[in-house]
Design a protein around this ligand. Structure first.
Ligand code: ADP
Ligand code: MG
Length: 1031
């Protein structure tokens, strides 16, 4: 364990936050779904909590979880419906944390970061064999193929990139115990994008193909897929042409395995019309594969000396045929070794074992070289020749950490590679952390985690590492063997804490180790390597004569491959492991120059079963992949960091001082805000541009408060809005009121104006009238004169002389009324002094008080003087109450009674005293509208009469009987009692001719003239008459 001063989150976070692309808040709101989407937000960073979260999510088929921007993926071993076009669309251009974790989110984010920053990226996919790395890399490639802009030209490039996968998998993948489709080579693929984000090219780097698989496979494993695809899927013609028989049981290099491959990928390539490889070469490729299979079937006999013999072998002929080499020379090459002594060449025969070794070496070499050739061809076809600058996203899908029952040189290389990548991961992660802390001026805090540099050094250190010792053994003259190599290791590594052998081990450990084994304590666990074959595999020797022969091959592929091996060079070629080491070194350099993204793949169980979450297995992977450490590194210092302005923008409603606006610097606002929230000094740090929050719980509390506050705010905003609305309403009403008011005022003003205008006119007229008052009555002065007259009369009324004798106080009349005034003066002073005239006037006054304004015909009666006799007689028509028969009668009023007379015969006498009954209304005067024809019904006297001198009659009656208040003027109709229980009625209406008759309904119908008619008639006929007959 080593101490590192580490800042708490990874560079990527820094980069993303800097671009504003990272939205942890999305994860915050989503945190209550299934488990936690980002381990960084786990409440406690224990392994148990980590695994429990992983398990919870896995059980719901949520195989992806983040640690910040690192993606943890658990192999579900079943098809999930999360890789369709719809899903891709969802993730396109969306902020990383806004949606549930997905490999598309990571791919998309890397892509967009690349476009905005115009820099290079790589996605490191790691995990042990079978964890899902290759699948992940394919998914990313598919995502880019769909999501990037497309044109026909680009589609071709894209299709080639996609097509390269099955081809390389056919040649480079095989079924192992760990994985049915295990990559037996390392692959780093650059996808090149132009400035618009179009995928315009690709390039693949391949690493150390496990060639030994061509000639030997462990129990339960298989050779590379292509062999099976050919012998099981190739057409009869093709097989015949290649001298092959259908079925893998015919070939020594092929184990019999029921595992089936779905397609013959070579055909896919040509049938789709997208040629990664020229069709002629496809044929040569088949020849190479077939030749390898034939080689495997070449058997050697041995002569008496044990030398290998190869006579008339059909398989050999097929090989020479297919590879286009001379059969005899091939036979020689497989059974003799050419030794160059000075200028002579001596052939030294092989033992059978040696011959088999040489045969296998040739098979491996052909296959291995062909694989490299294939990669080169694919690269050529995907190459973008446009020299303009491009950015790339590199996809690294390299063989995962591997532990088998027996582990050999290949596992050693593979696991070394994984150590290197882990080292790279640690360095990049830490580096970015440190950079961020430095940039923010935050103090570093040490985080304990395992740094595997010590193992890397153990393996690759110059002169002292395992690789150096292996090379030394391979190159040194003398009898170097696998065992001498082991001894050398023991010698040099004796007390290294990560190295142990049978000899070095304590008793307990020794039991688990064979004598030919050495054990390395890798970061991912212990691996015991069997040294057998290490030297040979590292040397990878191919005898010279064979090599030379291959250079003359008529198969273009073989010829090209072996020619490039530089057969003339006297120098020994670099050993396999040294080549591998330097290629890894180059890879590290390539990767270090790019921005890193990580996908950590976990295997859910060893038996490739869906739905099985092998806790122990996963715990182990979590451990060695350093996920806990990574998490702790991310969280050690501070789990969360955010730019001040972003933080403030989100949480400012939580503090009155910052809500709704903070006017000052964002950092100060954040300080005020967190003070208000009660953050303890230890819980957060203020960086240069960001606030760092140590624990997720602090953030959660803040977020919860924010959620709550949001609702309150919503209510407040709602209330405000309602208020605003109401205010608007009020304003509207007020406006309306003002409008109405102004209209009203206008109207008033106009009225006022009219009034004034009218007043002016009146006054003008008045003045004019005044000025012309002396003239005869004309239009100018008539109104004025009327006014003067009226005015004078009114004044006169109030100022009449007190006695008739007073002749001095008479008001001086205006000129216009001189005559009238004199008349009045005479009337009043002379006529009023005559008693009967005075009485006459008094009677008229009473009439006025009774009828004025009540009966329209009244005014016409004013001018007629009343009779001045002490009794009064008037002709009337009396109607029977029963049949309404009209009868001419005289009505005579005496001082005591009313008499109804028929031709000097008294028919009826009604005493006034008898009128003083209980009924207040004694006399009805029935007036039909304005008829002069009037009916009096003397209630008590049962009298229904019609009389033309209504006003006089009634006034007299009232005065004599002293019943002024008993007269009531009614209209319409009246009902009365004919006798007890029997009613009668009189109806009034108007008509062209006055009539009285008994109507059909039995009522007395009285039709009178309308006033207008009446007045007309009255003028014409002057119909009134006095009776001078008195009783
Ligand atoms: N995302 C996935 N969904 C479904 N199955 C998967 C997924 N990833 C891996 N697998 C299954 O696991 C097998 C091994 O995956 P692979 O990517 O070849 O592992 P690796 O490359 O890490 O050795 C695949 O063949 C497939 O059956
Ligand atoms: Mg793989």
């Amino acid at each position: 364990m080593s101490h590192f001063l580490v800042h708490s989150a990874a560079t990527l976070l820094l980069q993303l936050v800097a671009q504003g692309q990272l939205d942890m808040e999305g994860a915050l709101t989503a945190r209550d779904r299934v488990g936690i989407q980002d381990f960084v937000l786990l409440d406690e960073t224990t392994e148990a909590a980590f695994l429990s979260n992983l398990k919870k999510r896995f059980s719901k088929d949520l195989i992806y979880t983040y640690i910040g921007t690192l993606l943890v993926s658990v192999n579900p071993y079943k098809e999930l419906d999360i890789y369709n076009k719809k899903q891709m669309d969802i993730y396109m251009g969306v902020n990383f944390f806004e949606l549930p974790p997905h490999i598309y989110a990571l791919a998309d984010n890397a892509y967009h970061t690349m476009l905005t920053e115009f820099n290079n990226h790589f996605i490191l996919i790691s995990g042990e064999s079978g964890a899902g790395k290759t699948e992940a890399s394919k998914k990313i490639l598919q995502y880019y193929a769909v999501s990037c802009p497309s044109t026909t030209l680009l589609n071709t490039v894209r299709d080639k990139m996609l097509m390269s996968n099955p081809v390389l998998e056919a040649f480079g993948n095989a079924k192992t115990l760990k994985n049915d489709n295990s990559s037996r080579f390392g692959k780093y693929m650059d996808i090149q994008f132009d400035g618009q984000g179009d995928a315009v090219g690709g390039h693949i780097l391949n690493y150390l193909l496990e060639k030994s698989r061509v000639v030997h496979q462990n129990h339960g494993e298989r050779n590379f897929h292509i062999f099976y695809q050919l012998v099981e899927g190739g057409s009869d013609d093709l097989l015949h042409q290649l001298g092959l028989e259908r079925g893998c049981q015919h070939y020594n290099y092929l184990t019999q395995n029921t595992f089936r491959n779905s397609v013959f990928s070579m055909f896919i390539v040509s049938n789709r019309g997208i040629l990664l490889i020229n069709y002629n070469f496809v044929q040569h490729l088949f020849e190479v594969i077939a030749s390898v299979l034939h080689l495997g079937n070449v058997r050697f006999d041995s002569d008496s000396k044990g030398h290998a013999l190869l006579n008339n072998n059909t398989e050999l002929h097929w090989v020479s045929n297919l590879l286009g080499v001379d059969a005899h020379r091939l036979q020689e090459g497989l059974t003799f070794r050419k030794i160059e002594a000075k200028k002579d060449q001596v052939l030294s025969p092989f033992t059978t074992d040696h011959a088999i070794y040489a045969r296998d070496a040739l098979a491996k070499a052909i296959y291995g070289q062909t694989f490299t050739w294939l990669v080169n061809r694919i690269n050529e076809s995907m190459e973008n020749k446009d020299p303009s600058r491009k950015t790339v996203i590199g996809l690294l899908d390299i063989y995962g950490f591997e532990v088998f029952y027996v582990n050999s040189f290949e596992q050693f290389c593979i696991n070394y590679c994984n150590e290197k990548l882990q080292q790279l991961f640690i360095e990049l992660t830490l580096k970015s952390e440190q950079e961020e802390y430095e940039a923010e001026g935050i103090e570093w805090e040490p985080v304990q985690f395992f740094n595997n540099k010590i193992i890397c050094d153990l393996i690759e250190e110059k002169h002292r590492g395992i690789i150096s010792l292996l090379d030394e053994e391979c190159l040194r003259p003398g009898d170097a063997t696998d065992l001498t190599f082991l001894e050398r290791l023991e010698e040099k590594m004796g007390n290294h804490p990560h190295f142990v052998t049978h000899k070095l081990a304590d008793k307990m450990t020794r039991k688990t180790l064979e004598r030919g084994d050495f054990r390395l304590l890798h970061y991912a666990g212990e691996v015991t390597y069997c040294v057998v074959g290490f030297l040979d595999k590292n040397n990878d020797l191919l005898y010279r004569n064979i090599k030379d022969l291959m250079c003359q091959s008529k198969n273009d592929i073989v010829k090209e491959c072996f020619s490039s091996m530089d057969p003339d060079s006297r120098r020994r070629p670099e050993t396999v492991v040294t080549q591998f080491k330097s290629s890894l070194q180059k890879l590290t350099e390539i990767l270090m120059a790019k921005e890193a993204w990580y996908i950590r793949c976990l295997k859910s169980n060893e038996s490739k079963q869906s739905g099985q979450f092998d806790e122990a297995l996963i715990r182990h992977q979590v451990k060695y992949l350093g996920l806990m450490e990574h998490l702790r590194v991310r969280r050690a210092g501070f789990a969360y960091r955010r730019k001040y302005d972003v933080f403030l923008k989100r949480y400012k409603p939580l503090c009155p001082a910052t809500w709704p606006h903070w006017r000052g610097v964002a950092a100060d606002g954040v300080e005020v805000l967190v003070q208000h929230l009660g953050y303890l000094p230890d819980e957060y740090k203020m960086g240069r541009t960001k606030i760092f929050i140590r624990h997720p719980r602090t953030l959660f509390a803040t977020e919860d408060a924010y959620e709550k506050c949001k609702h309150e705010l919503a209510t407040r905003i709602q209330a405000k809005y309602k208020g605003y609305r109401a205010k608007g309403e009020y304003r509207k009403q007020k406006e309306a009121a003002t409008k109405i008011e102004s209209c009203w005022r206008g109207t008033q003003a106009r009225k006022e104006k009219e009034k004034r205008a009218w007043a002016v006119k009146v006054i003008k007229k008045f003045i004019k009238g005044y000025m012309t008052r002396g003239q005869a009555k004309n239009t100018d002065n008539s109104e004025y004169l009327a006014f003067v007259r009226q005015n004078y009369l009114n004044r006169l009324r109030d100022n009449l002389p007190k006695t008739v004798l007073d002749k001095t106080t008479w008001l001086t009349p205006p000129a216009v009324l001189t005559e009238g005034s004199l008349f009045l003066f005479v009337v009043i002073t002379v006529k009023f002094s005559i008693p009967f005239l005075s009485l006459q006037f008094q009677m008229k006054l009473i009439t006025s008080s009774i009828f004025k304004g009540k009966k329209d015909s009244y005014p016409q009666s004013v001018a007629h003087p009343f009779s001045h006799h002490s009794y009064y007689c008037v002709p009337v028509i009396k109607y029977d109450r029963n049949g309404f028969k009209p009868r001419q009668r005289q009505l005579i009023l005496t001082q005591t009674a009313v008499y109804v007379i028929e031709e000097a015969k008294i028919k009826q006498r009604v005493l006034y005293t008898s009128l003083k009954g209980q009924t207040s209304v004694l006399i009805y005067i029935l007036l039909v509208d304005d008829s002069n024809t009037t009916f009096i019904w003397l209630f008590q006297g049962d009298l229904v009469v019609q009389c033309d001198h209504l006003f006089e009659l009634l006034t007299k009656l009232c005065v004599i009987a002293n019943k002024q208040n008993a007269i009531k003027v009614v209209q319409g109709s009246i009902n009365f009692e004919i006798q007890a229980g029997k009613g009668g009625a009189v109806d009034f209406s108007t008509g062209p001719e006055p009539m009285v008759y008994k109507a059909k309904n039995g009522h007395l119908m009285v039709v009178s003239w309308a006033l207008s008619l009446l007045s007309h008639v009255s003028v014409q006929t002057g119909y009134h008459f006095f009776f001078s007959d008195y009783i």
